[in-house]
Design a protein around this ligand. Structure first.
Ligand SMILES: [Zn+2]
Ligand SMILES: [Zn+2]
Ligand SMILES: [Zn+2]
Ligand SMILES: [Zn+2]
Ligand SMILES: [Zn+2]
Ligand SMILES: [Zn+2]
Ligand SMILES: [Zn+2]
Length: 1753
């Protein structure tokens, strides 16, 4: 290979040359040089290629070191004129640093902004500054940085208050005005200037160099070899997979290497993928290009000469170096800025900074990042040069943006993204507007990039290609820039600013003009549209511009002159847009009720109409602003209103609203979803402020300038309802209009909508300028109306309110005045509830309600009123007054046309027929009448204005046709109409109010009123109300019953699916019924003992147990010879109790699980939902599930939440995840003969039995193998009396039970060891006993942790599970090979009673005693069944218990006695005996083990250790024997507190002085003790450095979490991927079990697990949690549960904001704090082994979770 030959001198060969190099000498030479640049270049030309890029394997450390020595050091010497470390220290000392923090953010680092004080949301603080600032006490927002950007601490423009943190607080003797250069000597300045200009020029030249084989003048290397790099560049087009695949082909690398290449390319923007001679690299290039050019443009690849790459590497290094050097002194920084911005020989825009910017899009990502960083730490930190830089940036703006459009990199790596740093500084922005005309530049640049226009010059997005759509997305960043410029409004205006702003406003109007009328629609009749027209682009544009439009208006509002000018400009733009609005339309005359008006003939349903009217809407906004200013109150004639043509103003907004109404009425159904979506967004909170709201204002403005009758007639005409109301006999609509039902229905809806619009035009006064209100009144009213629907969480309210450009709703200022906050519990979230007194603001026709909102709010409000015993009527609220310009709007209420309309609708309601009328219509009419009355009352009350006389108008009979009844008369008639029950309360309210007003008028006119008639009326009202309420209650009851019936129907259906009958209700199926018989101890029985010959025995009736199958509903008694009943169960591996997470996983094929290590590093847990089935019912069910699943997989290829192939299923009743079933067994019958051997005798017999069995086995084995047998002692062991070795006991169980015994045993074995099922494996019974012991232990821990008593507090399902598990354990030997079980028993016993025949017995330090006890007891029946000598099994159990207990005491004394005893404590003597005895025992142990046990003389202390150490064991033993033998526990164990010890010992038949166990059999015990201690493992264990397990073992906790979430973010932001050398991790994820931080969801950290690539989390779960994991995804603030490779779900994090809400995804940014209760809940799920179950439920509830590739997380 060519590469090897061309490798140049290895660095080692260079060493001598390098050693002789003196930086000082080089610098001295330079000082004398006449042509310094040439000298330096020569130096670089010579050394750079010798240091960098010497071969395929780069060695960054080495390179950096050499670069420092040979390249940077001479520069520093030259610069300082002395030893650099000294010189730089001096510089730093003399420096007066600026007050800016300028900390540049890393990806994922937390940033903080203050909602109260930040000038705009881009102003942020780093964590350090934040913690030292005043804002931590304010309402702050927390986000994670996307990288780039810097801390604004110290920037006085960025903060309204508290701009400095403690650290950056300026000194009082502030000298910041002084030139920083004043501190520097002239020589120093000159030298710095020289170095900086040479190096910066060098770096710029190299980074912008585009030749592949040639270097700039003066840099050619002395020798030049044929060494090249094949350099791969990134783009945003090709995927990771494509790049990896291509690289493997092109450069013959492994997949791992390819991944690493691809990762680097993605991060740095380029990476050399091959080194060698030109041909060699060229070849790779052509393969890559060929492979990636099929569909897209190919990946960019260059073959570059190694010296070029070397210089580019050093150029980057040099820029970084510059960045470091200027940190020493603000003066150096200023010089660098000066050098950078100095104009070059080519004139304007030719400085080095300009050159870099203009080449930005040609550079690779890594280079861009480095120079952007340098800009940030230099130009942006220097106040003077920041402005100069901003000017250059603005000058180049158009070109930079154009380059960015062509470039395909993300914006963060484009220089254009620096705009946020420049434009958001108010003074800079202002300067750029006035001096560089920035607003206009931005807007024009934006327009340049949207070239597609229709014939009228409007934007056209219709036929966008993918590339244009891509460009459209990029061009939107310009709107962002415009927003930055506008974000801080000027406090003072100069003439120049006015001029430039208005110029920008003009440009903006040009933009809006291109949008006015875009995307018009035409109603489709007949055919449905063929293709949904494009609408999203236009709405995206509208949405992006929404804040800009609002800000434009706010700027205008801050200066009267600007406002008036802008208004004029906008008006003329609108006039221009609609210059031809009457073109081609025929003029017509409308007349009604004696009024007539001219208009045009135009039908929304027939002609083009557009929803986009930004120019009209901007004018509407300005109009409202104008109405606020003083001139409007005093001299409205001075306003440019005379030019207005009201009919023109209202025309287009009205068409738009009519369009909405018609869509509502179903007239536009054939236009498809595109239109529906547009209407939706038109009203949506994101758009409505600059769409719907402004249209309404425009109608109000227009109507206020017109005769109300004329306005209403035009409106009717546009609604296409004119013909209905204009005819003389309109009150007889039904007799006239016999059109088809659909049309009538449509017209009804249109009438409703039209009436609603009138209500809004008159009633919506909460916009400042329209009504006399403040901005806060508007927000308050929005909130009230949201909360009238229902109580809401903070985030829900935020979503329902419009946000301003700062993402603020202004809600916090007013919320407390209208709502009360209620904190959340362990689930759910905090809620705001409306204050009762605020409900009076409720307006049923609130303009932002959707129809659904409206009916919900109506129902809720009526309900509240009824609950308070009030009349449930919802009359219109009292409204604020209009501003003068809008004041005439109230006259609409009393104008003839409206009264005519109202009268007509009322008449229809009186004579309903054929659907020519609707209740909503009537309700709106009544509301309008109510509004008139409220208005009149208000006029009377406030200014005693009697001109507004609504009551008079409605009392007058109609004029045309003459003598029709008055509105009032109609209402009185309606009051008695039987079909209008619902509206009676409103009619009554109206009539009452009319009466009140009349009396007020009379009283103001003449005498005081008499209030007599009202009273009795009210009484009847109340009676009626009562009857009404009763009727409704009855209705509700019926509805409830119906729902219940439906629900049970669904349940039945569910069971039917399993072809079973379901006859009983769910409640009767409570699993507890099955076991309830066993509890209830005969309370006063003092001798409740659960083990041993004296134990409690169940009588026949107590043993009888009857259960019901959930599938067939049949009852069944549990009998050993009966049909098997089974319990759905879930077996899983567990590390919940592990004390050693570092223990490597066992080899599943070789692992011998007989002895559990006391570190409990992993176990097998069995849980159950407690639901019982017949085994045959279950089998049928499971087969059905299997079959269904197979069909489903073939058909859909979808996953389910359970894995059928692994035996998983969902419990048919509760859908709990299960993977096997446990058979239910009856209690074993035992009787006890009187005489039983004592411990030593019994032990003797037992060891004889063991020996006999062993020798018999060996004999058979030997006979099988050799025939002759020489083994010692084999023949010496005859069995003891009554022990029949050849006896085969009869299996007591029925065949179905045996089958189920095997099923569960195999399942436990398979899951516990992760092996394939093999029922013959000798480890099957061991795994079953182990699972029994482990499950009991974990439940014992859980009870302690939950502070619950040992008995009586377990849920039934756990109770049932444990009892069947233990009984199963005692029976499982019967389906295994008896010899195998006997052998297990012999080995188990030998751990306690050392037996020379048995090898490899563990030392007692390495055995978990409870597991040993359980295994001994459960394996013993296999031996016992051979015995007919009258020994009792109970005796054996008791002796096992005693032996193991003694062993455990010894184990505790060996391990758990701390070395230092603080204080001698003497007990009161009550336990004197125990203390003495334990001392004796301890000393005996010390005689055996000597100094490896420390000296402890305090008996009190030792006894304490034993007592606390052994308690968990005793408790677990009590549970075990309770479930095994069924003895009811003593009442003391049903409660917490004192007496537990004695009760436990009594129940377990142990002396309460446990030491007696030792001393009453001292001789035997001494010998056992000797045996235990002489096991070599004991000394080893005690002396080893590995910590021994101490007792009691503490319960495991999830890790401690910080209370402030940002601490976690900070921790995660400094976390780097462990595999890719210091890279930031994209998804840092914290294991909550062990605290490990992982690099999740990323290629770099994938590993192979069982032949599959898995992500870091999945891999970690297998080591840390035996497949189950609990993680916190830090960036997302989300808890992740994982189980195995395919299961997972997200879970709410335990962090809440002040409003009691979580923030999954960290979108809202409210400060988050740890909620201990919620964290404990997660911990409990974990300790209960419920994580997998939780995942199952989550996946069942949300099918999308099933599809996620959990294994890649
Ligand atoms: Zn800072
Ligand atoms: Zn600071
Ligand atoms: Zn603040
Ligand atoms: Zn059944
Ligand atoms: Zn169940
Ligand atoms: Zn990683
Ligand atoms: Zn972990």
């Amino acid at each position: 290979m060519a590469a090897a030959e061309t490798d140049r001198d290895a660095p080692s060969a260079l060493c001598s040359e390098f050693l002789n190099f003196s930086a000082k000498d080089a610098a001295a030479k330079w000082l004398l040089a006449s042509n310094l640049p040439k000298e330096v270049y020569q130096h670089l030309a010579c050394y750079v290629p010798k240091i960098y890029c010497l071969g395929p394997n780069l060695n960054p450390q080495n390179e950096d070191l050499l670069a420092q020595l040979l390249l940077q050091s001479p520069l520093e010497w030259y610069l300082c004129g002395e030893e650099p470390s000294v010189g730089l220290a001096k510089l730093e000392q003399n420096n007066q640093p600026s007050q800016l923090c300028g900390h540049v953010f890393k990806v994922g680092e937390p940033t903080y902004s203050c909602r109260e004080c930040a000038a705009d949301p881009t102003c942020v603080l780093c964590m350090q500054c934040f913690l030292g600032s005043v804002h931590k006490e304010h309402r702050y927002r927390m986000t994670t940085s996307g990288g780039g950007g810097f801390c604004d601490c110290g920037d006085t423009e960025a903060w309204k208050k508290g701009p400095y943190c403690q650290k950056h607080e300026p000194n009082i003797s502030d000298s910041s005005q002084k030139d920083p250069l004043a501190n520097l000597s002239d020589e120093m300045i000159a030298r710095t200037y020289n170095v900086f200009s040479i190096i910066l020029k060098y770096a710029v030249d190299m980074l912008t160099w585009d030749k592949e084989d040639e270097l700039p003048e003066g840099l050619e290397p002395p020798v030049r070899g044929d060494t090249y790099y094949c350099m791969l560049f990134n783009d945003e087009v090709h995927t990771y997979e494509q790049v990896i695949y291509t690289l493997q082909k092109a450069v013959n690398c492994t997949q791992k290497e390819a991944v690493s290449f691809a990762t680097t390319v993605d991060r740095d923007g380029r990476k050399s993928v091959r080194f060698g001679d030109f041909q060699f690299c060229e070849q790779a290039k052509s393969v890559i290009v060929r492979n990636t050019s099929r569909q897209t443009k190919p990946l960019r690849v260059q073959v570059m000469h190694s010296s070029i790459v070397a210089h580019q590497c050093f150029a980057l290094k040099a820029l970084t170096w510059l960045g470091q050097i200027i940190r020493y002194s603000d003066a150096l920084r200023r010089i660098l800025c000066q050098v950078g911005l100095q104009r070059g020989p080519e004139g304007e825009n030719s400085s080095l900074v300009d050159t870099l910017m203009l080449c930005d899009s040609k550079m690779w990502k890594g280079a861009r990042n480095v120079y952007h960083q340098l800009f940030m730490s230099s130009l942006l930190m220097d106040p003077k040069y920041k402005k100069l830089f901003a000017i250059q940036f603005a000058k180049n703006y158009r070109r930079l943006q154009t380059d960015f459009m062509e470039d395909d990199h993300e914006r963060v790596v484009s220089v254009t993204s620096l705009s946020v740093q420049l434009f958001t500084a108010p003074t800079v922005a202002r300067m750029l507007i006035t001096e560089e005309n920035l607003m206009t530049t931005i807007i024009r640049t934006f327009m340049d990039h949207l070239r597609h226009r229709d014939l009228q010059g409007r934007f056209q997005f219709e036929r966008y290609t993918a590339q244009q759509a891509f460009k459209f997305r990029r061009v939107q960043s310009l709107i962002g820039d415009l927003k930055y410029v506008l974000i801080s409004r000027p406090t003072e205006w100069t003439d120049q600013l006015r001029e430039k702003y208005l110029e920008g406003f003009d440009a903006f109007l040009e933009l809006l003009k291109c949008m006015q009328g875009m995307d018009p629609v035409v109603r489709q009749v007949g055919q449905h549209i063929e293709m949904e027209p494009e609408w999203e682009a236009a709405f995206t544009l509208q949405m992006k511009l929404t804040h800009i439009i609002s800000m434009m208006q706010e700027w205008c509002a801050s200066d009267e002159r600007v406002l008036i000018e802008a208004y004029k400009k906008c008006l003329s733009a609108l006039t221009h847009c609609h210059s031809g609005f009457t073109d081609g339309e025929q003029p017509i005359t409308l007349s009604m009720c004696g009024h007539s008006v001219d208009t045009i003939r135009y039908c929304v349903s027939q002609e083009k109409v557009s929803i986009h009217l930004p120019v009209s809407r901007l004018l509407a906004g300005l109009h409202a602003l104008l109405s606020k200013i003083e001139v409007a109150y005093r001299f409205p004639e001075q306003l440019p209103l005379s030019e207005l043509s009201p009919p023109m103003l209202i025309e287009h907004p009205l068409r738009c609203l009519v369009l909405c109404a018609q869509v509502h009425a179903g007239m536009w159904r054939r236009n498809g979803f595109s239109l529906v979506n547009q209407i939706y967004y038109y009203h949506n909170v994101k758009c409505r402020v600059e769409m719907f709201d402004k249209d309404l204002i425009m109608l109000q403005a227009g109507a206020s300038m017109m005769d109300p009758n004329h306005f209403l007639m035009i409106m009717l005409s546009r609604f296409e309802l004119y013909h209905i109301f204009s005819s003389a006999d309109c009150r007889k609509r039904y007799s006239r209009e016999n059109a088809n039902k659909d049309v009538v229905q449509q017209n009804n809806t249109l009438i409703e909508e039209m009436l609603h619009l009138v209500i809004m035009i008159v009633g919506e006064r909460y916009t400042a300028g329209v009504g006399q209100v403040e901005c806060s009144d508007e927000i308050r009213r929005e909130i009230v109306h949201q909360l009238c629907i229902r109580p809401m969480a903070h985030s829900e309210l935020v979503k329902a309110l419009p946000e301003n450009e700062n993402k603020e709703t202004g809600m916090e200022r007013v919320i407390d005045s209208v709502a009360l906050f209620k904190k959340p519990g362990v689930t759910g979230r905090g809620l705001y509830k409306l204050r009762p007194e605020s409900a009076k603001m409720f307006n049923l026709y609130f303009h932002h309600y959707s129809r659904a909102d409206q009916s919900k709010a109506e129902e809720a409000q009526r309900k509240i009123k009824r609950q308070n015993g009030e009349d449930s009527v919802l009359p219109p609220p009292v409204l604020p007054r209009f501003c003068p310009l809008f004041a005439s709007l109230v006259n609409i209420l009393q104008c003839d046309v409206l009264l005519g309309i109202l009268g007509a609708v009322l008449q229809w309601a009186i004579e309903p027929s054929g659907g020519h009328w609707s209740e909503s219509m009537l309700q709106r009419v009544l509301h309008l009448i109510g509004m008139g009355l409220v208005e009149e009352q208000q006029h009377l009350a406030e200014d005693n204005d009697t001109n507004f006389n609504f009551t008079l108008k409605i009392s007058r009979p109609g004029e045309t046709p003459a003598n029709t009844p008055s509105i009032l008369a109609l209402l009185e008639t309606l009051q008695n109409a039987p079909h209008l029950e619902v509206h009676k309360d409103m009619i009554r309210w109206i009539l009452k109010t009319v009466a009140n007003i009349k009396t007020t008028r009379e009283c103001t006119a003449s005498a005081p009123p008499s209030d007599s008639s009202g009273h009795s009326q009210e009484e009847t009202v109340r009676d009626k109300d009562k009857a009404e309420r009763k009727r409704k209650a009855e209705m509700a009851r019926l509805r409830r019953e119906k729902i219940m019936a439906q629900m049970s129907e669904m349940q039945r259906h569910f069971i039917n699916e399993n072809k079973e009958l379901f006859q009983q209700s769910l409640e009767e199926l409570d699993p507890s019924t099955s076991s309830s018989l066993e509890h209830s101890p005969s309370s006063c029985d003092s001798s409740l003992v659960c083990v041993g010959p004296r134990r409690w025995r169940a009588g026949g009736s107590e043993r009888r147990q009857v259960v019901t199958c959930i599938l067939c509903q049949e009852e069944q008694e549990i009998r050993s010879d009966g049909k098997a009943m089974v319990l759905a169960a879930f077996v899983q591996r567990s590390t919940v109790m592990s004390k050693n997470r570092k223990r490597p996983p066992h080899n599943p094929d070789k692992y011998d699980p007989l002895f559990m290590h006391p570190d409990l590093s992993f176990g097998t847990h069995t849980g159950s939902c407690g639901h019982i089935m017949h085994s045959h019912c279950w089998q049928r069910y499971f087969e059905a599930v299997q079959a269904k699943e197979q069909r489903r997989q073939q058909r859909l290829r979808v996953h389910t939440s359970y894995d059928v192939e692994n035996g998983e299923f969902l419990c048919p009743l509760c859908e709990c995840l299960s993977n096997t079933v446990i058979p239910l067994l009856p209690l074993t019958k035992t009787s006890c003969s009187s005489e039983q051997p004592d411990l030593s005798l019994w032990l003797n017999i037992t060891s004889q039995q063991s020996k006999a069995m062993l020798s018999a086995q060996r004999k058979t084995k030997a006979a099988g193998a050799e025939g002759v047998d020489e083994m010692d002692g084999v023949n010496d062991c005859p069995p003891p009396d009554g022990f029949k070795l050849d006896y085969t006991p009869k299996n007591p169980y029925s065949s179905t039970i045996k089958e189920m015994l095997t099923t569960f045993g195999t399942a436990t074995y398979k899951v516990g060891l992760k092996v394939h099922p093999n029922e013959q494996d000798p480890r099957v019974p061991i795994m079953c006993w182990g699972s029994c012991a482990y499950t009991i232990q974990s439940i014992e821990r859980l009870l302690v942790d939950e502070e619950k008593p040992l008995f009586g507090s377990l849920p039934c399902r756990q109770d049932d599970c444990l009892s069947s598990l233990t009984r199963f354990g005692s029976a499982c030997w019967s389906v295994s090979s008896h010899t195998t079980v006997q052998n297990h028993f012999i080995r188990l016993l030998s751990a306690l009673v050392p037996d020379p025949w048995v090898e490899n017995t563990p030392c007692i330090l390495d055995v978990d005693m409870f597991h040993l006890l359980v295994s001994l007891v459960l394996s013993h029946p296999a031996v016992f069944c051979l015995d007919s000598s009258g020994l009792s099994a109970d005796t054996a159990q008791l002796h096992f218990l005693h032996l193991v207990t003694v062993a455990h005491i010894v184990q505790i004394l060996l391990t758990s006695v701390p070395e230092e005893v603080q204080m001698e404590q003497e007990s009161g003597g009550a336990e004197r005996e125990e203390e003495e005895k334990v001392c004796m025992l301890y000393n005996t142990l010390r005689t055996h083990l000597g100094s490896s046990l420390c000296e402890v003389s305090s008996g009190w202390h030792l006894w304490r250790c034993v007592k606390t150490g052994i308690l968990p064991y005793l408790r677990a033993a009590a549970l075990f024997f309770h479930y095994l033998n069924g003895a009811p526990p003593p009442p003391e164990l049903h409660t917490l507190g004192l007496g537990e010890w004695e009760a436990l010992c009594g129940y377990l038949c142990l002396p309460s002085n446990l030491l007696q166990l030792f001393y009453s059999n001292q001789e035997l015990m001494e010998s056992l003790l000797h045996g235990w201690c002489s096991h070599p493992g004991v000394l080893q264990g005690l002396q080893s450095s590995v910590a021994v397990i101490r007792f009691p073992r503490e319960s495991n906790h999830l890790i401690e979490l910080p209370s402030d979430y940002s601490a976690l973010i900070n921790q995660a932001s400094s976390f780097t991927c462990p595999k890719s050398g210091g890279d930031k991790s994209r998804a840092p994820t914290l294991c909550l079990v062990c605290g490990a931080m992982l690099c999740s969801q990323s290629y770099c950290c994938q590993t192979e697990l069982e032949g599959e690539d898995v992500g870091a989390c999945t891999a970690h779960t297998f080591a840390c949690g035996a497949g189950v994991g609990i993680f916190l995804r830090v960036r997302e603030s989300q808890v992740l549960f994982l189980a195995g490779k395919t299961k997972g779900c997200f879970y709410a994090p335990p962090y809440l904001d002040d409003y009691g809400e979580t923030d999954q995804g960290l979108r809202r940014g409210n400060p988050l704090h740890l909620c201990q209760e919620r964290y404990r809940k997660i911990q409990k799920l974990w300790r209960q082994h419920s994580i997998t179950e939780e995942i199952g439920h989550a996946q069942e509830a949300n099918q999308t979770l099933v599809g996620i590739d959990w294994q890649h997380l």
